[in-house]
Design a protein around this ligand. Structure first.
Ligand code: ADP
Ligand code: MG
Length: 190
């Protein structure tokens, strides 16, 4: 397997990871992979991992790291473009599994952090809930997901900051302002 260039996109729920990753993929001809969307697709298609995912989600747990990593890695076979991976790694367990399963095959170019106030992202998610059909777009799930971000994703962010990989963008601004800032960063790291 060839070495695959990767950029992770992190940020609390509603910070705009999906929105910005789709726009960046379009602009720079990257492949956009959303960990959450890949997992939700397994459920919808009732694949062999759907049962275990359903059990985890029903308990408010994250998907097992091995399933998430393997879904991502299987999407990355035979592609040479840069992969923009949105919403991953969500915790240190994800990160360690990723390092184990992708060993030597990934060139992590950067980790983009969309930094967004809790109040701002909460408003966005509540607006999104009107059309998203996502079972977790409600106030109760949201506070659990925010707490998960603070407890478990922040250590991942700290890890990449120490590794010199982290680039932070103010995601409280408009879609276009955030996008322009991300484009500048991406142009420099390519
Ligand atoms: P995430 O993937 O980080 O959870 P999304 O990209 O799904 O976030 O964005 C959450 C909601 O907020 C969506 O409905 C999206 O259209 C909207 N949104 C995203 N970025 C902005 C922004 N900068 N300003 C206003 N609304 C935004
Ligand atoms: Mg998303």
């Amino acid at each position: 397997m060839a070495v695959m260039p990767v950029v992770f996109v992190l940020g609390r729920p509603g910070s705009g990871k999906g929105t910005q990753s789709a726009k960046l993929a379009d602009e720079f001809n990257f492949v956009h992979l959303s960990a959450g969307e890949l997992l939700r697709k397994e459920l919808k298609d009732e694949t062999e991992v759907a049962g275990i995912l359903k059990t985890h989600f029903a308990k408010g747990l994250m998907a097992p790291s091995e399933i998430t990593c393997n879904l991502l890695l299987s999407e990355m076979e035979n592609e040479k473009k840069l992969f923009l991976i949105d919403g991953f790694p969500v915790d240190m367990d994800n990160l360690k599994m990723w390092e184990t399963l992708s060993k030597g095959n990934v060139d992590l170019k950067s980790v983009l952090l969309l930094e967004c106030a809790e109040s701002v992202s909460k408003q966005r998610i509540l607006a999104r809930s009107e059309t998203s059909n996502r079972s977790d777009d409600n106030l109760e799930s949201l506070s659990r997901r925010f707490e998960y971000f603070t407890k478990h994703t922040k250590p991942v962010i700290d890890f990449y900051a120490k590794a010199g990989k982290l680039q932070i963008v103010d995601a409280n601004n408009s879609v276009e302002t955030v996008f322009n800032e991300l484009c500048k960063i991406i142009s420099e790291i390519q």
